[in-house]
Each structure stands twice: as C-alpha cells, then as structure tokens.
Design a protein around this ligand. Structure first.
Ligand code: ADQ
Length: 467
C-alpha cells in the first residue's frame, strides 16, 4: 500500500528515496526485467493541490503514482487495521482485539485505491495488487473497471503466511477479506502450505469449489492460485562486494574479529522475527558453552519498524533490556558477546556484515518468506557461512537441505543449532552452501516477477482455461 519510496519535503520541494523492507527488495529486483507503474500512498500527508502536483512530479521518474490519503485515515488503515489486527492474525499471534473504526478506514483506503487505479488503467493492462493492506482491492477494482467498460487481468500476491483456517476464523471480517481477494484472476503465495490454507478456507467459509488443485471456483468465476518463489537480485550483492569501500569495510571487520566467530542477524524489529527468542537462545548458548566466551559474537541489527504502534514500542524496550542483561551476565574485560544495534544500516555496511559472518541466525516465529536468508547466501561465496533458519520462516520449506533448522521457542534446540553451525566441517559447509547458492541464484526476484506476470497475462488471454 505504501509506495516503495519515502518522500521528504526539502526546501519547498519534495525528494524521494527507496524505502527498506522485503516487498521493496523483491519488487526493486523486478524493475530490471519488467516495465510497470507503481501506485501507492507516498507516506506523508499532502493537502495543498500545488504540493500534490510537486509530489507527483518528483515521483514521475520512478514511474510511481501517488494516492493521497489524510494522515488520520492512513494511520487507522496502516497501523490500526493492517498492522495491529490483520498482521498478527496472519502470523498466528493471539490476543488481537477487533475494532470497527480501523476496519472502516481499511475499507475506505481500499476504495480510494480502486478509484485511482481504475481511472488510470486501460483495457488490457495487467494489475498486480500486493499484500495484506489491500485484500479488498481486487473486488472493488473489478466492479469499477466493469462500470467503466474496461477489462484487465488482476493478480494478487500475499507476502505473509496465510494461516490455517481455524486461526483465520478469529477475525470477525474473515469472509469479506477472502471474498475481496477472490475477484483476482491469479493469487500468489510464498509456499504450498499458505496456498493450501487459503484454498481450504475458501471452501469452508465461502463454500467455494476447490477439488481441482490450484483452482478455485467461486461466483461463476475461475481463480488460479499458485506458489511463486519470491527472491532477491543476487547480482546486486555480488557487485557490491567488489566495491572498494565494501572491501575496505570487510578488511576492517575481519581484523576486528580476528579469532572470533561472527553470527549475524538482520531483522525488522517485529514480533514475528522472534528476536526475543533469538536473544534467549543465544543466552542459553553462552551458558552452555563457557569455553567459547570471547570467541563468539552475535551482531544483531534490529531495523526500526512501525514505531507508531504500541506493541512495537514495547518490544523494543523488552529487547534493549534483554540485550543489556545478556551482556551484563556474559561480558568480560575483553569484550561483549552481543552487539545489539537498533537502527538501519547502509547497504555497504549490510553487505560487509553479511560477508564477514560465519553464521546467519534467523529465528522467525512466522515469516512469509524471509529474504535476509537469501541476501546472506548471496554474500557468502568465499566463506561458505552457515544459515541457521527457523522452521517457521517460509524460506525453510525450500532451504531446509542447505541450512540448520530449529524450533525458535525451544532455547535448547536453538543453542544446539548455533553450536552445530559453528562447528560444521568445511566439506559439509560447502555442500550446504552450494545448495543454497544455486537456489538463490535461480529463484531471483526477476524470475518471480516474470513467472507471475506471464501466468497473469495467460489468464488475461484465456480466462476460462484451467489453471
Ligand atoms: P520483511 O518482513 O520486511 O518482508 P524480509 O523478507 O526479511 O522481511 O526482508 C527484509 C528486507 O529489508 C531485506 O531485503 C533487507 O535487506 C532489507 N533491509 C534490512 N535492513 C535494511 C536497512 N537498514 N536498509 C535497507 N534495507 C534493509 C515481508 C515479509 C517477508 C517476505 C517479504 C517479501 O514479512 O516474510 O519475505 O515481505 O515477500
């Protein structure tokens, strides 16, 4: 729903820059191979008509078209419903309270998107809707296009898990949302499991027919569903590693950590990333292996995220406290075992950190895919570092053979997984690494986008054909 760009007012004008996050990473990779226009909220309130024109102009070069929203409406939609109600349900978090106000804002924003996109679209265009913020959009869009006599194929991609039917039922508006999605021609999920959960839910909640794999029949329409492997642009990382400033930074970090094994973690500061579990697991590992004191460091980058939401502020407080306790318990005059960085780091630093790390530790309690795992692999050609990946990250369903898997809430298992990763023999590391490298290099974001849009244009040409 947000444009993949942040807008800033500078000296009476507006400047845009690319924002961070998994969806941005995958869609940016796609710009190499596909021509498209982005529609989305620019992230700031712009009331004045002249200013709106300036914002539109500043986005023209990136082929981005702003959909302007009042800040209260945007806040209720984005933080109120999408991130406080829908996001936790999609990630199996219990204790969510439903409020009608945010739900009305969610509906309104989806309507505003439908109006803007329908007006700007020509018959025959492919429309690709992204993520949980816009689940009602396919239905609203289809009816507006119909009113305007336009015919376009609509695709929808969900970047989060889709939970098992019984969990999804917790949401009072559960039927409206999947009904909205079902006006698409093609719906993409990250894994087979999410796809199957969605299909089962459509059958049980809406009575849709789902006997034929990968297709749903509902309200006299045929909707195709499939799994598409979202990826990154690995070349961007291999190119960055050749840059003199990145190489210099790698040398500095290697000197600094000479004789010390580095574990890296990079996550948005979000409950689903299992950061509390990660820190507790690392604490258990340090308890279990006093002989490794001063020989292992965990560098955890926790990228600030959704800072307007109370639950995220509370999580940040909890993590800083926990990080302090761990260092208080295990630090020596020679050093601290945990470097907890609550900030965004520049791309140069990110690639250097990925490159010098012996292990990448990702502990998601649930995660649609997890692209950090892909990025780490893309930076490890020389070192053959080990990926320790929670079984609850979507990526684990493809990367299992090349990584070490564990249950994030089991601190003993987590501690053992870290120990195993640090002690894996070079031939096994190489074998695992090569498996992951081939997977990441094949399943690029460009391939993901191409596969999805090819299939969507097929639906456009032959809507009644089986999927
Ligand atoms: P995210 O939850 O944001 O994405 P993830 O897939 O791990 O999670 O991607 C995070 C991205 O942010 C990575 O590409 C990373 O490089 C980038 N990033 C991290 N720190 C950064 C920084 N300081 N500056 C800029 N970029 C930074 C959601 C879902 C995931 C799913 C993706 C894609 O939650 O499960 O994999 O979308 O579908």
């Amino acid at each position: 729903m947000l444009l993949p760009l942040s807008i800033k007012r500078v000296d009476g004008s507006f400047q845009s820059s690319l924002s961070s996050g998994g969806l941005v990473t995958s869609l940016s990779g796609l710009t190499k191979s596909t021509e498209f226009r982005w529609f989305g909220w620019p992230g700031i309130e712009v009331k004045d008509a002249n200013d709106r024109e300036l914002v539109s102009q500043s986005l023209e070069e990136q082929k981005a078209i702003p959909i302007f929203l009042d800040s209260d409406l945007a806040h209720e939609h984005y933080n109120g419903f999408s991130n406080r109600i829908l996001w936790p349900i999609l990630h199996y978090q219990s204790g969510v309270t439903f409020d009608d106000g945010p739900w009305q804002a969610y509906k309104r924003v989806n309507e505003l998107f439908a109006n803007a996109i329908a007006d700007a679209t020509d018959s025959g265009n492919l429309i690709w809707v992204h993520d949980y913020h816009l689940m009602l959009l396919p239905e609203l869009l289809r009816s507006r296009l119909l009113q305007q006599g336009k015919s376009c194929a609509i695709g929808f991609s969900l970047h989060t898990p889709f939970p098992a039917g019984d969990f999804w039922r917790n949401l009072p508006v559960r039927k409206h949302l999947i009904d909205g999605m079902l006006s698409s021609d093609l719906i993409g999920f990250h894994t087979e499991e999410y796809k199957q959960n969605f299909s089962d839910t459509c059958a049980s909640l809406l009575g849709a027919r789902t006997e034929i794999p990968n297709q749903i029949q509902y309200k006299n329409r045929l909707i195709c569903i499939d799994r598409f492997i979202v990826g990154i642009d690995p070349q961007k990382f291999t190119d960055a590693l050749q840059e003199p400033d990145v190489q210099e930074r790698i040398r500095t970090l290697e000197e600094r950590y000479n004789g010390v094994k580095v574990i890296i973690g990079v996550d948005r500061l979000d409950h689903i990333k299992g950061l509390t579990q990660k820190l507790k697991g690392f604490d258990a590992f340090l308890d279990d292996h006093p002989e490794l004191r001063n020989k292992v460091v965990l560098i955890q980058v926790a990228v600030p995220s959704r800072e307007d939401v109370k639950e995220y502020q509370e999580l940040e407080t909890e993590l800083s406290t926990l990080a302090g306790k761990i260092n208080g318990k295990h630090a020596t005059p020679e050093g601290t075992p945990l470097l907890y960085m609550h900030r965004s780091v520049p791309f140069t630093e990110l690639t250097a950190l990925y490159s010098v790390a012996d292990v990448c530790l990702l502990t998601s309690t649930r995660d649609g895919m997890n692209l950090v795992s892909f990025e780490y692999v893309a930076c490890q050609e020389k070192r053959h570092g080990v990926l320790v990946l929670s079984e609850f990250a979507g990526a684990a369903s493809f990367m299992g053979q090349g990584s070490i898997s564990f249950h994030p809430a089991n601190t003993t298992e987590l501690s053992e997984a870290i120990f195993r990763a640090l002690n894996l023999d070079p031939s096994e590391r190489k074998k695992k690494y090569e498996y992951l490298r081939d997977f990441v290099n094949f399943n690029t974001s460009a391939r993901w986008g191409q596969t999805f849009t090819d299939k969507l244009s097929q639906r456009c040409r032959r809507p009644g054909d089986p999927c």
